[in-house]
Write a protein that binds this ligand. Structure first.
Ligand code: ADP
Ligand code: MG
Length: 277
């Protein structure tokens, strides 16, 4: 049995594409045959809704899991369109920020809860809220790595150093498994000179921590959530959808996932090498 690789999609800025990345990377990995769980850690519940799960109708959510009144197995639901499981969130989760404070292991509750299902998945992707809150800390403590979506804009690099420091601190004090997996350039428009410049700066500064795949600005990705499905499923031929599938491939390769596990889609049996004679 394989054990899930767990990633936070994080950036303390809002509107940089965290949720879009979480949804479409989940759908992209699922389309390649990997078993995926999406965890929505943002009380806005956008990743839940964008996966086609109505946050207002959730019987159990990540809130119940953090407060240990439900297990992940009890609270997860299926994104039929996305082909992955969802541990959903809604406004109730905002209360957890306060309710967790006096509780034991308050930063490690998600990690503990995920242990019970890590054999069920190849990837767990956690959509973090735009802050370095206790919810984000729960995500960072549960994860093996952080994926940072970012727009190539003037202030992008400035915000990045805060996040890199947080990852270092969590690594040093709370979770020695945690590493920065990579930076994903998203909503990219190569016609804008500034974006090309910032992209070059990023590569100069972070080297191969910058993913090769670039997600273009693509209106189909922005439209998809209102139809309750990932962009990858809503319009698979669109440039944004194809970029996310390419990104899913790059992630799996970068992690060497292909070496330790195989997607559930059947692969043709190798030809046996018959000896002559
Ligand atoms: P975050 O979760 O970081 O707040 P979102 O994923 O919600 O960011 O994205 C913010 C807005 O940008 C949303 O309206 C989303 O649809 C849009 N968006 C994200 N990525 C793209 C893209 N590649 N092309 C066009 N619009 C995008
Ligand atoms: Mg979001």
């Amino acid at each position: 049995m394989t054990t899930a690789r767990i990633f936070c999609i994080a950036n303390q800025k809002g509107g940089v594409g965290k949720t879009t990345t979480t949804i479409n990377l989940s759908a992209g990995l699922a389309s390649l045959g990997w078993r995926v769980l999406l965890v929505d850690l943002d009380p806005q519940g956008n990743a839940t809704m964008g996966s086609g799960v109505d946050k207002r109708k959730l019987e159990l959510s990540v809130y119940d899991v953090l407060l240990e009144s439900a297990s992940v197995a009890e609270a997860r639901v299926r994104s039929e369109r996305g082909g992955y499981d969802v541990l959903g969130a809604n406004r109730e989760l905002a209360g957890a920020e306060v309710e967790l404070v006096p509780l034991p292991h308050r930063n490690e509750r998600l990690r503990r809860a995920l242990t019970a299902v890590e054999g069920d998945y190849d990837f767990v992707l956690i959509d973090c809220p735009p802050s370095l809150s206790m919810l984000t800390l729960n995500g960072l403590c549960a994860a093996h790595g952080v994926v940072v979506p970012m727009q190539c804009e003037y202030f992008a690099l400035e915000g990045l150093s805060d996040l890199v420091n947080t990852v270092k601190q969590v690594h040093a004090n709370l979770n020695c498994d945690l590493e920065l997996i990579g930076l994903l350039r998203i909503m990219f428009d190569p016609r804008i000179t500034l974006q090309t410049q910032v992209s070059e700066q990023l590569k100069a500064h972070f080297g191969d921590k910058v993913f090769n795949t670039v997600i273009p600005r693509n209106v189909r990705l922005a439209e998809a959530p209102s139809h309750g499905m990932p962009g990858v499923v809503y319009d698979p031929a669109a440039k944004g959808a194809q970029a996310f599938v390419a990104f899913a491939r790059e992630m799996a390769q970068r992690l060497g996932a292909a070496k330790t596990a195989q997607p559930v889609t059947p692969t043709p049996a190798p030809q046996s090498e018959g000896l002559p004679g």
